[in-house]
Design a protein around this ligand. Structure first.
Ligand code: PLZ
Length: 447
């Protein structure tokens, strides 16, 4: 029988009991096609029944190794016990009051936790929202309100969401922006540090190039915010060269520009630190978080310097559901779990295993141009043999092979040629190694 209860007690194994997709998923896929907009994307051809630890079980009883965690969301494992219990208790107490109508303690507690955990010991404030895109939108509102300036600087390969403003901040046309314009104004895109593809420029050289664009095309004194993912997510886990982020931050400071770190994908232990900014020793003015914050419930936040966060007029920030009580208690339980399990060190362990296994694969397959990332946020980028030309076809074949053999992996990258790994911290070493064995077979089968 297909399990319906997830969590860490779900058997931790890769097991296929039908072809992929199985008959129940095939049937449901037909209903999906008839009922759900064709515009909504889909990675796996199977439907979930339960998930926990490092596996997702589908409605036909197939057990997949989870190297996606949603998209970097269930970092502590799916249906994590503290989260389940907290949500069950909260749902029976009250489901909703709207924080801006009748406030509740858990919202305040989440803000206290965010203020405590994010980099920097200055005075901070937070505000809660529903999705990553909504947090980004609000970080821009706050930065504009504080600086009384309008221009926003973003980077090549950036991803910040799918609403009108965040689409405008996102770099990639297909599938995110195509046919969806007109886009928001006063958004300026400047070059990123992408060590594999910018001729090995140093972080300082790359920052100089970005700053020159800002100076020439915007004028520093008209810029409200510089917005950047410290490691780019959808763009392909691009880790900027050392020194790039600190140089940009210093430039922002000198010019009264609010520096916003988008840690929506990198946050909450994912990179082997609570937040990726810590690897660069930088303290952003504002930080956006979401995804891993609440164990799978929809919650996002903007956290930052009290004087910036408090610059907005009373009533200027809000929303019906932002900081919903179920999501808030889930976040408190998720944060407690991350501290108890030491998710930071678990992700460092995952990094060590993945890195050595992937290096061995790269020696066999030099078309893996680069292994990059940190902690449990690691990627490989494919090129065509003997060139630096992106190989999207190989990448999608590898992903398909893995899916058909019981491993859930995701792709990414401006050129669609990156496989990214985002396992939950709770994955066992044995399961992770089994998934990497399948990846190795996929590389051989598609060579
Ligand atoms: N900023 C850095 O990674 C979401 C997008 C999936 P939302 N990334 C996953 C998809 O195809 O839509 C993301 C992110 C960074 C912002 C966002 C947006 O977060 O919660 O999806 O709105």
């Amino acid at each position: 029988m297909t399990p319906r209860i997830g969590g860490p007690t779900l058997p931790q194994k890769r097991e296929l009991v039908t072809a992929i997709p199985g008959p129940k998923s095939v049937e449901l896929m037909a209903r999906r096609r008839a009922a759900v907009s064709a515009g909504v994307g889909g990675t796996l051809p199977v439907f979930a029944a339960a998930a926990g630890g490092g596996v997702v079980v589908d409605i036909d009883g197939n057990s997949f190794i989870d190297l996606g965690a949603g998209i970097a969301v269930t970092n502590i494992g799916n249906a994590s016990p503290h989260v389940v219990q907290a949500v069950q208790e909260q749902v029976a107490a009250f489901t909703h009051t709207c924080f801006t109508v009748t406030p509740y303690e858990s919202y305040v507690q989440v803000c206290e936790e965010l203020n405590r955990l994010t980099p920097g010991d200055h005075e901070k404030r937070s505000a809660l929202f529903n999705s990553g895109a909504e947090a980004i939108e609000n970080s821009i509102k706050i930065a504009r309100s504080y600086t009384r300036r309008q221009k926003i600087v973003v980077f090549e390969h950036a991803y910040h969401g799918r609403t009108n403003l965040t689409m405008s901040l996102t770099a990639k046309n297909m599938p995110y922006k195509h046919n969806f314009g007109p886009f928001a104004g006063d958004v300026y895109r400047v070059p990123m540090s992408y060590p594999l593809r910018d001729g090995g420029r140093s972080g300082l050289e790359a920052a100089k190039a970005a700053i020159s664009h800002i100076d020439k095309e915007c004028g520093a004194d008209t810029v409200a915010a510089i917005l950047i993912e410290p490691i780019q997510g959808e763009g392909g886990f691009i880790v900027p060269a050392d020194g790039f982020l600190p140089a940009l931050l210093e430039y922002a400071r000198q010019n009264g520009i609010v520096f916003i770190a988008d840690e929506i994908q990198t946050g909450f232990a994912r990179t082997g630190a609570w937040f990726a900014c810590e690897h660069e020793g930088i303290v952003p003015d504002l930080m956006t978080t979401a995804k891993g914050i609440a164990g799978g419930l929809p919650l996002s936040a903007v956290t930052g310097r009290a004087e910036i966060m408090d610059a907005v007029h009373a009533g200027g920030l809000g929303g019906t559901y932002g900081g919903n009580p179920l999501a808030c208690v889930a976040a408190l339980a998720a944060i407690r779990t991350m501290e108890e399990m030491n998710a930071v060190s678990m992700y460092k362990n995952i990094e060590a295993i993945m890195w050595s296994r992937l290096e061995a694969m790269q020696r066999q397959h030099p078309t893996i141009a680069e292994i990059r990332g940190r902690g449990g946020m690691i990627a490989i980028e494919f090129v065509k043999s003997g060139s630096d030309e992106p190989d999207a076809d190989r990448c999608s074949k590898v992903a398909k092979y893995c899916h058909e053999h019981g491993v859930l992996i995701l792709t990414a990258g401006t050129y669609n040629n990156v496989i990214r790994f985002l396992p939950p911290a709770s994955i066992s070493d044995a399961l992770l190694n089994d998934a990497l064995d399948v990846l190795n077979q996929a590389l051989q089968a598609t060579a």
